[in-house]
Design a protein. Structure first.
Length: 528
């Protein structure tokens, strides 16, 4: 079978690349190892409840909406409202002015640090303004330069001047957020409360801009999986092919042939790897490559990423509760970042990745009473997503893959899941949602091992490479993102969350589009 392009990985980056290739009239095959596409963008139905299995909402960032317009895809969105809560105090994020409420919340909890909090708030406000410049326009990649010349002249060119002045200020903040904030406070609890729902060593410019980014969150009516359904429909309507349950295990880059685990071969002119990046380099048939410089580049890249770690993963608890959504709406919004204690998760101590069961259980009990919970309630956005009078909740915490793996190796993985489920319910029942424990009809969970198995992502990572990697094995300079999709392998491009850091859905879409453009550019022009 011969194709203009083969795409490996049916997450949002692969789907984006497929959509643009089919829009250009190119033959393509998308190969997804699982039975469904979407990766970390998916929804599933259980007992009449719809749960989101990956991301909880979609951030536009000047990428998502213009991309949908360019493809002609219609997705109905509802506004995704964010709340932040600590102990018994909750604020709502509806505008940039709510930064004052955040400052007051922290000052009430840490009155001895009021001056420090005021200075931190000032820094957050500055960073929010920087991000307003960075994401303040529709990304030019998704514009028709011939049709949108007025927009280019009126908006893009002035923006380029602003961005040129702002980019160095953003680059200066490319240091771990905790390290940055330690210039302003040494209160460990305060540092934890501000930063503990971010990945370890998250850059300051990214973490401290989130009160601004929260305002850019939207939710597809019907669940995040509806977003994926639109892509799949578009690809098929335009003649593209999608093959699920198809794992690409070997790539002959010299002959431009990809092989699946059943021995089928697919010939391509261009290959877009939108899956785990380590798996690309392990699948390459280097012996068949004739050019020594290419062989050496592959060997170097393989060595560079061999010991690099993925970012943190999550433990997710799914709850089916016999409570009306009004109970939850009276306490917070549909997307809620909640911390049950002001003490900060550092109090739990180091992660016992080699500890015995008793030590691990003790740590889990402490950690799950201190860490920040991301709570998403789909039915508060769309009445059809739960049975009448009932509520489904998705409750996540950041969680270490290696600890999960260690627990599995000790033989108490299922007990661990049940323990975490119960500890999380007890924490919510004893704080923001009193009485929820008695109202739960069913609960189940997913761990970092679940994510690794389903997505194929190294270490169950949900946003690509760990910020702790030195050097970072992916491009992390926004002005250089156009080069993020390139590899040293002829005809092979990369896309998705492993190609740029920090990653996420907008970056996956952006790199998917860039990779498709590269493939289209190298193909012979179509006859008209």
């Amino acid at each position: 079978m011969n194709y203009d392009a083969i795409i490996v990985g049916g997450g949002i980056a692969g789907l984006t690349a497929a959509a643009y290739l089919t829009k250009a009239g190119r033959s393509m095959l998308l190969c997804e190892k699982e039975g469904t596409c979407g990766g970390l963008v998916n929804s599933f139905r259980r007992d009449g409840f719809v749960f989101d299995g990956g991301i909880r909402a979609i951030e536009n960032s000047g990428v998502v909406f213009p991309m949908l317009r360019q493809l002609g895809l219609e997705v109905e969105f509802v506004r995704n409202h964010i709340s932040i809560g600590i102990e018994d105090q909750v604020i709502h994020i509806n505008s940039e002015e709510n930064l004052k409420d955040y400052q007051m919340l922290l000052s009430r909890l840490y009155p001895e640090c009021s001056d420090e909090i005021a200075e931190i708030t000032l820094q957050i406000r500055k960073i929010m303004q920087y991000m307003k410049v960075q994401y303040g326009i529709d990304n030019p990649l998704f514009l028709d330069m011939k049709k949108d010349r007025q927009y280019m002249a009126r908006v893009i060119l002035p923006w380029m001047v602003k961005y040129a002045l702002t980019a160095p200020k953003i680059s200066a903040l490319n240091k771990p957020v905790k390290e940055f904030l330690q210039k302003y406070t040494r209160n460990q609890s305060l540092l934890d409360i501000i930063t503990q729902h971010f990945f370890d060593k998250t850059p300051a410019f990214f973490a401290l801009s989130y009160l601004k980014l929260y305002l850019d969150y939207n939710y597809p009516r019907g669940g995040t999986g509806k977003f994926v359904e639109k892509f799949i429909g578009f690809i098929k309507d335009h003649g593209g092919q999608i093959s699920t349950n198809t794992r690409i295990t070997r790539v002959d880059a010299e002959g431009r042939v990809a092989f699946d685990d059943r021995g089928n071969e697919y010939r391509y002119k261009g290959l877009i790897w939108a899956a785990d990046l380590k798996s690309l380099y392990s699948s390459l048939d280097v012996a068949k490559i004739k050019a020594e410089p290419v062989k050496q580049a592959i060997a170097t890249r393989r060595s560079e990423i061999a010991d690099k770690r993925g970012n943190e993963s999550i433990f997710t608890l799914y709850l089916e509760a016999d409570l009306d959504k009004s109970y939850f709406a009276s306490r917070a919004s549909e997307h809620f970042f909640y911390t049950p204690s002001r003490k900060g998760q550092s109090m739990a101590g180091q992660i016992p990745t080699q500890g015995e069961r008793e030590e691990v259980e003790k740590w889990l009990e402490s950690y799950l009473s201190l860490t920040t919970y991301e709570i998403s309630i789909p039915v508060m956005r769309d009445d059809s997503l739960a049975p009448a009078g009932k509520t489904g909740l998705i409750v996540s915490v950041l969680f270490d893959y290696h600890l999960s793996k260690h627990i599995e190796s000790m033989g108490w993985y299922e007990d661990f899941k049940v323990l975490c489920e119960n500890l999380m319910v007890n924490s919510l029942d004893g704080s923001i949602y009193p009485g929820i424990k008695q109202a739960i009809v069913k609960k189940f969970s997913a761990t970092p091992l679940s994510i690794a198995r389903i997505t194929g992502n190294a270490e169950g990572a949900i946003t690509g490479w760990s910020f702790g990697n030195q050097p970072m094995p992916a491009e992390n300079r926004l002005p250089k993102i156009m080069n993020a999709v390139n590899t040293a392998i002829p005809g092979v491009y990369q896309a998705g969350q492993w190609t740029y850091s920090p990653a996420g859905l907008p970056i996956s879409i952006l790199t998917g589009k860039l990779a498709a453009d590269r493939v289209i550019k190298q193909l012979p022009k179509r006859r008209t």
